[in-house]
Ligand binder design. Structure first.
Ligand code: GRF
Length: 321
């Protein structure tokens, strides 16, 4: 298995979700290790459990500190631990924008409601009072707005006729313990997921002027120009012409450039079946080290090679200024 992702978990209390992560991570096929459990409360019961399980802990009370100063102390501890992801699990602090930005796309939270319903506190009672048939929990990426970031996964939990906030909370917690570790496992391995990779390519290809997507031999491809006369500048390959592996096909200036690229970095580049002889190069996208800016440049270069003159001319003029 590839190197495991390193996660830090932030707690303020009992830490039952944190415990679920710690036990999930004991399985050899779990794609992450818990490298730190940190808290704003040195007396948080979850810290004791983490210590007993041999996990590094850190605590620093927030009292008397500005939000920014306390967040900075937590941030420094997380960085020292080597963590790449921050998992909030009952961390009862509103985070400063600065901290959220530093961990943008790398910080997740679990919230005990079916977001966007019932942001904030008292979620169970609010769901019961509203007469809802189902409650649940949501895992989302953390953005500066409270309980508002992009949703990654949800589990619905039935509300029973006799439920009060406590009974509903304890049942929801069982769902949280299943959902959260599994969602983080999926998230930290997303870069190996062909669907995720395809979307990264797609967004960048369609960001270029006058482009559209069209399938070719069962693979997504992107063309520049009109629907009728457009030309392909990129293909996504997963099993294109029977070739395994996930890659991007783009145009080169010809066989010399193609050969030079393969020579310089044979792990990244290869000559694709069928397209290779006509000067296309394949770039591997599933080796865990994709530089997306580099991919963006390749898409642009390939787009320039086939785009209608009137489009490339405009760019040449703009480049002079
Ligand atoms: C959970 O209900 C979670 O949804 C919310 O805080 C609670 C944390 O519980 N964010 P625990 O500390 O993980 O037991």
């Amino acid at each position: 298995m590839a190197d495991k992702a390193k996660i830090a978990i932030l707690i303020s209390g009992r830490g039952s979700n944190m415990a679920a992560f710690v036990y999930a991570a004991k399985s050899s096929d779990c794609p992450y290790d818990v490298v730190l459990v940190a808290s704003n409360d040195p007396a948080a019961p979850g810290l004791q459990l983490a210590e007993a399980e041999g996990i590094a802990t850190f605590a620093h009370p927030h009292k008397g500190l500005t939000r920014e100063a306390h967040d900075q102390i937590m941030h420094d501890a997380i960085v020292r631990s080597g963590a790449e992801y921050v998992v909030l699990a009952g961390y009862m602090r509103i985070l400063s924008d600065g901290f959220v930005k530093k961990w943008s796309d790398r910080m997740l939270n679990i919230h005990p409601s079916l977001l966007p319903k019932y942001k904030g506190l008292d979620t169970y009672q609010r769901a019961i009072d509203a007469g809802d048939k189902v409650a649940g929990c949501s895992v989302h990426l953390v953005t500066p707005e409270l309980d508002d970031g992009p949703l990654l996964a949800q589990t619905e939990v039935a509300i029973l006729p006799g439920d009060d906030a406590d009974t509903l909370a304890s049942r929801t917690l069982i769902a949280e313990h299943q959902l959260y570790p599994a969602t983080v496992a999926r998230y930290v391995t997303r870069e190996a997921d062909p669907e995720w990779i395809l979307n990264q390519v797609r967004q960048r290809a369609l960001d270029l002027a006058e482009t559209h997507e069209r399938e070719s031999f069962g693979s997504p491809g992107w063309r520049v120009g009109s629907e009728k006369t457009g030309k392909y500048f990129a293909y996504f390959t997963q099993k294109l012409h029977g070739e395994a592996g996930v890659g991007l096909l783009v145009k080169t200036s010809g066989p010399d450039e193609q050969a030079a690229l393969i020579d310089a970095d044979p792990e990244l580049y290869y000559s694709p079946k069928f397209y290779g002889p006509s000067g296309w190069i394949a770039i591997r996208l599933n080796n865990g080290r994709t530089d997306w800016q580099h991919i963006e440049q390749w898409l642009y270069k390939s787009w320039c090679l086939v785009a209608p003159k009137r489009l490339t001319k405009m760019i040449a003029i703009a480049d002079q200024f």
